[in-house]
Write a protein that binds this ligand. Structure first.
Ligand code: G4P
Length: 546
């Protein structure tokens, strides 16, 4: 009798447990804000955090921000990066949702960090400056989102400035970013004449006032666009213009189908002014309604569902401690399924080793707090002494790797020259570990042992030189190489590939995993090789976990 009772009790608690577990997953939204530098990412982040009550004053995020224009003082940038570890993930509650906002660096030289962070989120908000439209970094970031079919919400910022014509701007974004847009709000003018936005969904009017506080005072429900209230509020000319615009938009776009947004085919668009805290709340309210909860994830073996019992997660970012006395690092892990628990043993799949974490932490409420458990969508900071590299997978024993974690071609290539032959071993170890962290990519010239370092920005070379000396005692210098892009090569015809590598020895290399790579001097050379070698495929990205 007692046994049956115990069983019943157990069953009850298990059901309760599963219910709680599902509730936890379903209230999580993990996303990143991305933009070309200066479009307003930091300002928008700050406003969202104000809504979420995660910060009390404006300026709190700004003070942690990496100065975008500092190009030479990398120590200062690294120091600020150190501070920004604390704001790498900003978690806050908003209307019953737990929102994990993953920060991405503002400096273009750290773009790789941003690309990797995008593998750990379920959706993004893309900020576009209404004056500048689509900019180079916008294009690149959107490419990464498209590759992964990440749902995107577009926020067109700085409507208080004289921007491009709104229709032209939408057309430009659609053409350049190869995505269909769906306006959710519609602006009434821009610049000095900016009067506000009309919410196409709930048919309300939000009048523009330059303000940094969040309130609903300026929302006017007008029900119908023919309402005289509209004229009263914005004047005859603008009321007519808005009616014409809305008629056109309704005809073209119709209603938003959330499934199209979730599949990454259509991006809802909001207009606003982040610095004036205008149009931000509309977007946030729509975001919590439509943004995806933790999504299922592909692995090398099968699709892993967020709601599965067993824990799994992967490392998407590693941050080193710049203090030479502590060579420990922080690995950022995204929980993909199950419940992560402190002090429990998990399998580090690549090393086939059991590991446990006594002091994992989350970033809830801005402080680094030790956590007992974490759910899908959460990011946990793990102390690491060199066991992790980007893409490493942790499970409860099952052997698989999360896929869809790409590496992109670097843009600057330099030869690593050892300045102290007595420290060759240290240099080897140092460069292996730094490239595991994702600071740079390492290539070895085909048929030789020339080490080639590839980075996105010049700043990283300074970081590497400094860290090799400080942390590993190895002195090095760099010799510039005339390459502009690395392409990973595959072919069904092994002999043809080997012939090509031998013939093009000066431009051929291996990456860290031994995969063959072609280093192109210019677009012209690259296109010529692609045309001349139809049996070889030139890949512009590479999978971390193949
Ligand atoms: P980022 O993180 O994308 O690089 O951009 P950030 O938020 O730092 O914004 C870049 C600049 O644009 C900042 O000005 C910011 O105040 C301004 N800005 C952001 N949103 C708006 C907006 O809606 N309208 C207008 N007119 N400006 C906006 P700054 O002068 O570089 O910095 P600060 O001195 O204001 O801090």
């Amino acid at each position: 009798m007692r046994a049956i009772f115990n069983k019943m009790q157990l069953k009850g608690s298990k059901e309760q447990y599963i219910m709680k577990y599902e509730k936890e997953i379903n209230r999580r939204k993990s996303f990143a804000i991305i933009s070309h530098p200066d479009a307003g990412k930091t300002t928008l982040t700050e406003k969202l955090l104000l809504f979420g009550g995660a910060i009390q004053t404006a300026g709190a995020v700004k003070s942690n921000k990496i100065k975008k224009h500092a190009t030479s003082d990398f120590m200062e940038i690294e120091r600020q990066r150190g501070i920004s570890v604390a704001t790498s993930v900003m978690s806050f509650e908003y209307k019953g949702n737990l929102i994990n906002l993953l920060d991405t660096p503002g400096h273009k030289d750290f773009a790789e960090d941003t690309y990797r962070t995008l593998t750990a989120v379920d959706s993004v908000i893309l900020v576009i400056d209404s004056v500048n439209g689509v900019e180079p970094q916008t294009r690149r970031l959107m490419e990464v989102c498209s590759m992964r079919a990440t749902p995107v919400i577009v926020f067109i910022n700085k409507m208080d400035r004289d921007g491009k014509n709104r229709f032209d701007l939408l057309e430009e974004i659609e053409a350049e970013l190869k995505i269909s847009l769906h306006p959710m709000t519609w602006p009434i003018n821009s610049g000095k004449e900016f009067k506000g936005v009309y919410n196409l969904h709930d048919k309300s009017l939000r009048l523009f006032t330059a303000s940094t506080k969040a309130d609903d005072e300026d929302v006017v429900a007008i029900g119908d666009l023919s309402s005289p209230v509209l004229q009263q509020k914005v004047g005859d000319r603008d009321a007519d213009l808005l009616r014409e615009d809305v008629e056109l938009i309704d005809g073209v776009y119709g209603a938003l189908n959330p499934a199209d947004y979730l599949s990454g085919a259509i991006a809802p668009v909001f207009f606003g002014s982040a610095v004036n805290n205008f149009g931000v709340q509309e977007m946030l309210d729509t975001f919590i309604q439509i943004a995806p909860t933790p999504r299922d994830r592909e692995t090398s073996v099968r699709k892993v569902q967020a709601g599965e019992d067993k824990f799994s997660g992967f490392i998407f970012k590693i941050h080193a401690n710049l203090d030479p006395k502590h060579r420990d690092r922080i690995a950022f892990m995204r929980v993909c399924s199950g419940r992560f628990e402190r002090n429990k043993y998990y399998t580090h799949v690549r090393l086939d080793k059991d590991v446990r974490f006594t002091n994992p932490y989350t970033f809830l409420a801005r402080t680094k707090d030790i956590v007992e458990d974490a759910y899908p969508g959460d990011v946990v900071g793990l102390f690491d002494t060199g066991n992790f590299k980007i893409g490493d997978t942790l499970t409860e024993g099952e052997k698989f790797y999360f896929t869809g974690i790409p590496t992109f071609s670097p843009e600057i290539f330099k030869e690593l020259v050892n300045k102290d032959p007595m420290k060759t071993k240290q240099l080897e170890k140092g460069i292996q570990q730094l490239t595991d962290e994702g600071v740079a990519q390492l290539f070895t010239q085909f048929g030789g042992n020339k080490k080639i370092i590839g980075c996105v920005g010049d700043l990283q070379f300074e970081v590497i030189q400094y860290r090799l000396l400080q942390e590993y005692g190895a002195a090095c210098e760099f010799r510039t190489l005339p390459f502009y892009k690395a392409c990973w090569l595959t072919s069904t015809d092994k002999n043809k590939l080997n012939d090509f590598l031998r013939y093009k020895q000066q431009n051929a290399a291996e990456d860290k995993d031994g995969s063959p790579v072609y280093l192109a001097q210019s677009e012209w050379f690259l296109n010529t090789e692609i045309t001349n070698n139809p049996d070889i495929t030139f890949h512009f990205t590479n999978e971390v976990n193949k």
